[in-house]
Design a protein around this ligand. Structure first.
Ligand SMILES: *Cc1c(COP(=O)(O)O)cnc(C)c1O
Length: 370
């Protein structure tokens, strides 16, 4: 079965092998050396001033960013399940919240964010997804962050890049915290989250807040190549390996391949009559609006060995989402698009003529080189 959900993503064989060794103790020079290497690679991935790894799923890192950076009032962009989650986290911790709500296919705008900030001078923190996975949407995060910081550099900008870090280069100049998760673009098993931080964020964190998710404690320890509590050693070993694989081919090639896969997937889907759901699609996945999404997903799974994700909440049964993140062999993506076309033929939606596969290959190989 081909796992083509936008998280979890398949773990490359070399990474699985690297993680298969005996458990090593986390307070040893042996592990610290691996941690140091993984940390240096992570710093290169984020391109920010500081970074931390946390033993938690992505949501834990979202929570850590909110609790350690927010002061009083948080503005959240909610254009899907994950944007909604930022608001819930802030409320759970007693912060005041303002929500900018969008339909799940619609990106936030600089104007709306700036108007919301202007209307409420108490807002000190801004939260948004880079790629909102609920609808496969890309928000113009870099432009929004730039506008916010030009107006008020004291507003902390938290960007959830769980389906964006490792997908495309992100301009982090005006971002204070950028979140990544192990099981999405980084092709690892679930269980680790990573945060890139600006110098401003580190200063603002100060002594930190909370206990397990106190970012000041983690920053202090991780600068010494260890962690405040037991490190997820296996996942750190896996992270070091996966980033080594990416660095071996170079980020330019890695990002170009992801972009080519995204463009080719979109074009192939459109060519066989599928309707892309988001107005501004992310490179991490293609989300297709389809009233018969459940039937299609069932055929893909049972007949063609392909597992793609569905929709959530009001889009349950109306969306299917195809992953584009990670080191994906091109023949796997080509097969997935071909399988979608075959399934549509099985459903008597259109006759099979190989269009999806042809278009995918044409577009992919035109764009694959950086
Ligand atoms: C998957 C995902 C999360 C949540 O991560 P968990 O690991 O499930 O806690 C948050 N944000 C986005 C954009 C995601 O895709």
């Amino acid at each position: 079965m081909l796992l083509f959900t936008p998280g979890p993503t398949p773990v490359p064989e070399a990474v699985r092998t690297a993680m298969a060794g005996p458990t090593i103790h986390h307070r040893t020079p042996e592990f610290e050396a691996i941690f140091a290497e993984a940390r240096a690679r992570l710093m290169r991935l984020f391109g920010m001033d500081e970074c931390v790894m946390l033993a938690s799923s992505g949501t834990g890192a979202m929570e850590a960013c909110v609790t350690n950076l927010a002061r009083k009032k948080v503005l959240c962009v909610n254009a899907g399940k994950f944007g909604e989650r930022f608001g819930k986290i802030a409320e759970a911790h007693g912060f005041e919240t303002v929500e900018l709500r969008y339909e799940w296919d619609t990106p936030a705008t600089v104007e709306a964010v700036m108007a919301a900030l202007k209307a409420d001078p108490d807002i000190d923190t801004f939260c948004i997804q880079v790629s909102e996975s609920a609808g496969g949407l890309r928000h113009p995060v870099e432009q929004i962050a730039r506008a916010i910081k030009a107006e008020n550099p004291e507003i902390a900008v938290i960007a959830d890049g769980i389906t964006a870090v490792g997908v495309e280069p992100i301009d982090t100049t005006h971002i204070d915290a950028l979140i990544a998760g192990s099981q999405k673009a980084l092709m690892l098993p679930p269980g680790m989250a990573m945060i890139g931080l600006s110098d401003y964020a580190v200063a603002r964190i100060g002594e930190g807040k909370g206990f397990y998710f106190n970012l000041a404690s983690e920053i202090k320890k991780q600068r010494q190549n260890t962690t405040a509590y037991t490190a997820p050693t296996t996942l750190v070993i896996g992270l070091n390996k996966v980033l080594e694989l990416i660095e071996a081919q170079g980020y330019a090639r890695f990002y170009a391949a992801t972009r080519a896969r995204a463009l080719a997937t979109r074009e192939a889907l459109t060519a066989i009559g599928c309707r892309l759901y988001p107005k501004t699609p992310a490179l991490s996945m293609s989300a297709v609006y389809d009233e018969e999404a459940n039937t299609l997903r069932k055929i893909l799974k049972e007949r063609y060995g392909v597992n793609v994700a569905g929709g959530q909440d009001h889009l349950k049964g109306k969306l299917f989402r195809i992953n584009q993140m990670g080191l994906i062999p091109v023949y796997e993506s080509a097969w997935v698009l071909n399988a979608v076309e075959l399934a549509l033929a099985d459903m008597n939606r259109r006759p099979y003529d190989g269009t999806a596969s042809r278009v995918f290959n044409e577009i992919y190989f035109q764009n694959e080189t950086p």
